[in-house]
Design a protein. Structure first.
Length: 224
């Protein structure tokens, strides 16, 4: 029992000594109203209080003694509030102006029955409606010329006839100075725009099917 009590007192004293050492407070080297040891450290009671001399006054107080275990914290200054930076709206993408259009050369004004020869009227339409508008294009990506026929005759015959009509238009465009890539296509009688009954007399049937004998010119490009 005595050994246990002695060990407890020893540990308590050691802990007190360690705590006091950990919080050593240096006395004022020129003037001090506190008791101090040979190191200039203010003597402390077992309860951590600083031992004062009889001449001590409040003016002699040292930070860490007399209840002030740590130096007073200077009142912090709040950082200046920086106003948020207004985000500039992203610039709207520049819309690219297109130079796309389609012209259809149809009926007997373009091609008479069983023919692939351009009429004077058709050439003028190409001049006014195609070549004039090509001048408004900064860049032409493609000119597609598609020929069509009516349903009279065999599929093979009408296919070749539609190709000849497309080629005739493409050749005229090139002869007038069109330098863009021109593709030609023959659709034969596969894409009719006009239906006519077989009961019609042949002359009237040919006239009725005239809208199917046509060429479409599609231009794709970028405007100036």
């Amino acid at each position: 029992m005595l050994k246990t009590l002695a060990l407890g007192l020893f540990l308590s004293a050691a802990a007190s000594a360690l705590a006091q050492t950990a919080t050593d407070i240096q006395a004022n080297p020129t003037h001090s109203a506190y008791l101090q040891d040979s190191r200039g450290v203010i003597a402390r009671s077992p309860f951590g209080l600083c031992w004062r001399t009889g001449t001590w006054t409040p003016a002699d107080a040292v930070a860490g003694c007399d209840g002030e275990l740590v130096p007073p914290i200077v009142r912090p200054t709040a950082p200046a509030i920086v106003p948020p930076v207004a985000m500039q709206p992203a610039a709207a993408p520049i819309a690219i102006q297109r130079c796309d259009f389609t012209v259809t050369l149809g009926s007997d004004q373009a091609f008479t029955f069983n023919k692939a020869v351009l009429s004077t009227t058709t050439k003028k339409r190409i001049d006014d409606e195609v070549l004039a508008r090509l001048g408004n294009c900064a860049k032409i990506d493609l000119i597609m010329v598609t020929g069509h026929s009516d349903r009279l005759g065999s599929q093979q015959y009408n296919q070749k006839l539609s190709e000849k009509r497309a080629t005739a238009v493409a050749d005229y465009l090139k002869s007038k100075g069109a330098t863009a890539e021109i593709e030609t296509l023959g659709a034969g009688k596969t894409q009719p725009v006009q239906s006519c009954p077989d009961t019609l007399a042949r002359t009237r049937l040919i006239a009725c099917l005239a809208p199917n004998r046509r060429v479409t010119i599609e231009v794709r490009g970028t405007a100036r």
